[in-house]
Design a protein around this ligand. Structure first.
Ligand SMILES: *[C@@H]1O[C@H](CO)[C@@H](O)[C@H](O)[C@H]1NC(C)=O
Ligand SMILES: *[C@@H]1O[C@H](CO)[C@@H](O)[C@H](O)[C@H]1NC(C)=O
Length: 368
């Protein structure tokens, strides 16, 4: 038998043919990932804050368990005490949170028929939704009317409308993560490593959509600074958040070299932003980001049913107004946390994976 195993014939059929076939498949496949800019391949501890809670799930409560299907973003309506969140089944749901998380009441409010992601409140009580498939929507406060505000700019349609923030001037600022890949294909955009994202504004008085920045690497969360001078927005693929100054359009790095891939960013009204991180950096991701051919192999494997996204160690990073890291709440056992909103003493986390909102009591379980 040993002789058979090492015979030229065996080598030919067991090794050389599959090898040649793989090369042919690899060359035929049209997916063409790009090298990433050098700053996206830098890894340091600069963005690791002094305060850590590495057991986010310890002591966490689950809100709306089983009733919230991947609640991606969260917006808190102070007057009514309701949380609004967008689910994968198209529902914008409202959650009345009570002291006991188990007693929370979930209401199906409005179904957009798409995939509501970013949520924010307009100046007149309306709910503005960045819907991945539909574009930017305006839902009247009684929930009776849903209006499409915009779904294209400069002749290019949005394909993955992602997040939205509202300025005191009434202008809506929002992102389209990609004009090339839709919500279901988001991992391919990330793996391709090319900048298909845009930061835009919509002015309701003139009904015009303006492109503020283009060529962004998966443009994701966006938040307005408390002094209304600039936006802070996240680019997932390159692990960076930047400032965009409303007057003049200057761009500055806010925080880079993050410990993971940032999603939504939310201001808490109290001097801090909270940046959600659906996955920390892993060795596999580091290698993949460095070598485009590994990303191509991942995508080819995905075509045969292998899950391309290996996410782990999700969390929420608290930073100050200058982007200085303050505290990180994370957990190896959790992935796909997509938003972190601080309401009172609690941190509420949305997710692309779970069927509940995760709530952590920050006084009981602080980062240390
Ligand atoms: C809430 O519900 C969960 C799951 O049903 C249960 O394990 C937990 O004990 C409940 N907590 C309270 C405070 O009732
Ligand atoms: C949203 O629609 C309401 C009417 O339902 C309108 O009063 C409001 O100005 C609209 N908001 C935006 C940002 O267009």
């Amino acid at each position: 038998m040993a002789i058979f195993f090492f015979s030229p014939r065996f080598l030919f059929f067991s090794t050389i043919i599959p090898f040649l076939a793989s090369i042919a498949l690899y060359r035929l496949d049209t997916f063409d990932p790009a090298p990433l800019p050098a700053e996206a391949l830098a890894y340091s501890t600069n963005s690791i804050p002094p305060l850590l809670n590495d057991g986010l799930l310890t002591g966490a409560e689950f809100i709306g368990a089983g009733l919230l299907n991947n609640p991606e973003d969260i917006a808190y309506h102070r007057d009514s005490g309701l949380i609004y969140t967008g689910c994968v089944d198209g529902w914008v749901k409202r959650v009345k949170v009570l002291d006991s998380a188990n007693d929370s009441v979930v209401e199906d409010w409005v179904n957009t028929g798409g995939r509501p992601l970013g949520i924010a409140f307009g100046l007149h009580g309306e709910v503005i939704v960045a819907d991945a498939y539909k574009g930017l929507l305006n839902i009247s406060n009684d929930g009776k009317k849903t209006e499409l505000l915009t779904d294209e700019a400069e002749g290019v349609r949005f394909k993955l409308t992602d997040a939205v923030a509202v300025g005191d001037n009434g202008v809506l600022y929002f992102t389209d993560a990609s004009y090339k890949y839709n919500f279901r294909q988001a991992a391919f955009d990330f793996l391709e490593g090319k900048p298909h994202g845009r930061l835009m504004s919509f002015d309701p008085t003139t009904r015009t959509t303006r492109v503020l920045l283009r060529d962004l690497y998966f443009a994701n969360g966006v938040s307005m600074s408390p002094d209304q001078s600039h936006l802070v927005f996240c680019e997932t693929t390159v692990r960076r958040c930047s400032k965009y100054y409303i007057n003049g359009g200057r761009v500055e790095v806010f925080i880079q070299d993050l410990p993971g891939y940032p999603d939504n960013i939310r201001y808490d009204g109290d001097g801090h932003y909270w940046i959600a991180i659906p996955s920390g950096v892993t060795t596999l991701w580091k290698l993949s980001m460095k070598y485009p051919f590994l990303r191509k192999l991942t995508v080819m494997a995905a075509k045969y049913g292998f899950e391309p996204m290996f996410a782990e160690n999700a969390g929420v990073l608290q930073v100050d107004l200058d982007g200085k890291p303050i505290a990180l709440y994370h957990d190896r056992k959790i992935s796909h946390i997509t938003t972190g909103v601080k309401i009172g003493r609690y941190l509420y986390c949305g997710s692309l994976l779970h069927s509940h909102i995760i709530r952590l009591d920050l006084l009981k379980y602080p980062a240390q």
